[in-house]
Write a protein that binds this ligand. Structure first.
Ligand SMILES: [Mg+2]
Length: 159
């Protein structure tokens, strides 16, 4: 399924395609490395440093441009392609790093979303940006992460 973006620049409307899972990315990248006998280089430390390098390549595209709008309407098609390439490099190395560390990334992300929901309950943090440690004890009163199905139906909550 292809990604959809019915209203460019509005990330309420933007959706990823459902073509690949994180496991698909992990397996494809491992196969790519195995074919080239590169597995011996993919230690956790080396993959982490490669990931940081790719984040730098991504940041370089945005460097000196000032603030940019959602959907990158001021970017050329080549620049947007470049952003997609570098974000993909970052994700591929991030997935590889998780695998190298034997971290089941979907489970870890699910658990972290639950932790974040408890740290930042809606009734306390709505419309503010302060770190969780700035809030009172009542932050534990609310807080289950919204299940992915409900989040898909209701949008991602960003503005
Ligand atoms: Mg790159």
């Amino acid at each position: 399924m292809a990604a959809s973006n019915s209203q460019e620049g509005n990330d309420y409307e933007f959706r990823f395609s459902s073509d690949m899972t994180l496991e698909d990315i992990r397996a494809s990248h491992r196969y790519f490395c195995k074919e080239r006998n590169w597995g011996k280089y993919h230690s956790p430390r080396n993959v982490l440093l490669a990931l940081v390098g790719e984040v730098g390549e991504l940041a370089e595209i945005f460097q000196w441009k000032g603030e940019v709008k959602q959907g990158l309407p001021e970017f050329t098609e080549d620049e947007k392609q470049h952003v997609g390439d570098e974000i993909s490099d970052v994700l591929i190395y991030l997935v590889d790093l998780a695998a190298q560390c034997h971290i089941d990334l979907p489970t870890a992300v699910h658990n972290k979303l639950q932790v974040n929901a408890k740290k930042y309950p809606v009734n306390v943090t709505n419309g503010t940006f302060q770190k969780y440690s700035a809030y009172g004890e009542d932050r534990s009163l609310v807080g289950a992460a919204v299940p992915p199905e409900r989040a898909r139906e209701e949008g991602d909550g960003s503005e």
